[in-house]
Design a protein around this ligand. Sequence first.
Ligand code: AMP
Length: 289
Amino acid sequence: MIIARSIAEAREEIGKARAAGRKIGFVPTMGYLHEGHLSLVELSKKQSNYQVMSIFVNKIQFNDKKDYDSYPRELERDFAMARAAGVDLMFTPNDDEMYKNQLTFVDVEHLTDNLCGAHRPGHFRGVYTVVSKLFNIIQPDVSVFGQKDIQQAVTIEKMVEDLNFPVKIVIAQIIREKGGLAMSSRNKHLTPENRERALSIIRGLKAAELLIASGERNGEILINEIEKQIKDGKPDKIDYISLVSYTTLQKVTRLEEKAVLAVAAFFGSTRLIDNMIIDKMGDSFRCVY
Ligand code: AMP
């Protein structure tokens, strides 16, 4: 695995791979890798044959300085994991080179009105800006994003369409720990007690799935059930529990088309997000989480 710490080095190496006819797959991350990140590489390998991963804790997407400062970082461990997963090139740029001017930003309107967009001011603008820059630097053929950050994945698809980036976006399923907690770098901050309490999120999503299977289509009833389950886990704060359309990410009151039930809640000072895609199959719905 080649480690490129500058934009010029990354461009040079990827240029060689492209000249040799390789198809470039790209997985952007903020590091402190886990199985979820590695599953993205696996998926990328199915559609490309030169794997690029980036690790960059992107300062401008953090709306909370404490969260940025405490974000787990362990590059040597990450390099070993990425190497074992078959990453060909690891790109770890630095702040000075990535944000020389900080005058140009990318934003996606409307689709960021709800969910994390409403609760983390400036967050998505930081995400779209860094992803655009990374796409320009790496020029991947394929790039994989996780359903775990559903609003990010859906809006990046739109950004790619709107700005004509020549890249195919693939969305990967959520990888979970044994008990069902969605893997996240931030889980490192959970105390054993909060980790146990956080399982109330998956219990909530599963309870909603059961209701949907029994024919429930009323959004408020589904949300209330999830809220009841999560409150049993004594969260420190619930940011949102929302039912939104998959395509517009606007709130819906009834389940009629493909939708997403999404949750953000704090356990201790750790903010966790999770979701379930509710896919329409004829007259019935299938939950993917
Ligand atoms: P992050 O390092 O948290 O910015 O995440 C980098 C990428 O990994 C994003 O596309 C995330 O959606 C994805 N990801 C994070 N957690 C998981 C997970 N548990 N399962 C699958 N993908 C994930």
